[in-house]
Design a protein around this ligand. Structure first.
Ligand code: SAH
Ligand code: DHB
Ligand code: MG
Length: 236
């Protein structure tokens, strides 16, 4: 996958500094990044500081049931899993069997096999199944699969939530391309991504106006370039 996202050297250097100062535990999960790379998975996992943010969000929220959309090699899953209390569970959805296989091995090796269920298939199909199984509600939902389907993922997230559920969405700034709906994605060159993420913002805006969520988006820079997270809480 071509990576044309602008990455300033200082952003990467500062990420390294942050990891060096604050994240001794990040080394525990380096093997998962290496295994993903060896297996030829794209290098698009969250960074260690971002993974730690996910961990801290789970902890401050006391989340016990987590839903993740987009597993890749399970790197973000490991950060989420680290934060779980005993008996906590993550269901993570991945359409690529090869990615799921790498993730399974990484999660098993880190000792979180019991806490993590990987469901292979297009997430929209799996979400329908999860709803039919009454698998919800989830306490925290991390949306990080294909950006074209973020609008659908947000709808499902609301259906699988309870008052207080935290929804986190990755990749909502894309080097500022979010302001240019007709521009191709700066990373993949594809055209469906930015409209998908903009529609996600519109649905969040509607849900905000209806009092269903309270949300913000935070722009980030780092080793993965200039991007951002949406953070929303489902209204009580
Ligand atoms: N959360 C991961 C990164 C996910 S990258 C981490 O930070 O470590 C996005 C993943 O979504 C890829 O593995 C891709 O195969 C998967 N994906 C793409 N389309 C999907 C779909 N329709 N359903 C489920 N997963 C999908
Ligand atoms: C890319 C980054 C991501 O975090 C993601 O979920 C998908 C793609 C990228 O940089 O290409
Ligand atoms: Mg992402």
């Amino acid at each position: 996958m071509p990576r044309e996202l602008r990455v300033e050297q200082a952003w990467t250097d500062v990420d390294d500094y942050i990891v060096g100062q604050l994240l001794p535990e990040a080394a525990d999960f380096d093997f998962a990044i290496q295994a993903s790379q060896t297996a030829g998975l794209p290098p698009i996992a969250v960074t260690a500081p971002q993974g730690k943010l996910l961990e801290l969000l789970v902890r401050v929220h006391g989340a016990r049931r987590i839903l993740e959309l987009g597993t890749l090699g399970g790197y973000s899953t490991l950060w989420l899993a680290r934060a779980l209390p005993p008996g906590g569970q993550i269901v993570t959805l991945e359409s690529e069997p090869r990615h799921a296989e790498v993730a399974r091995a990484n999660i098993d090796r880190a000792g979180y096999s019991d806490a993590v269920e990987i469901r292979v298939g297009p997430a929209l199909d799996t979400l329908l199944q999860l709803a039919a199984e009454n698998a919800g509600p989830f306490d925290l939902i991390f949306i990080d699969a294909d950006k074209e389907n973020y609008p659908g993922y947000f709808d499902w997230s609301l259906k699988l939530s309870h008052p207080g559920t935290v929804i986190v969405g990755d990749n909502v700034v894309r080097d500022g391309a979010i302001l240019r709906p007709d521009a191709p994605d700066p990373i993949t060159g594809a055209t469906g991504l930015i409209p998908g993420v903009r529609r996600f913002y519109e649905l969040l805006a509607d849900a905000t106006a209806a009092g269903r969520v309270s949300a913000t988006a935070i722009q980030t820079v780092g080793a993965k370039g200039y991007d951002g997270f949406v953070l929303a809480i489902v209204a009580s």
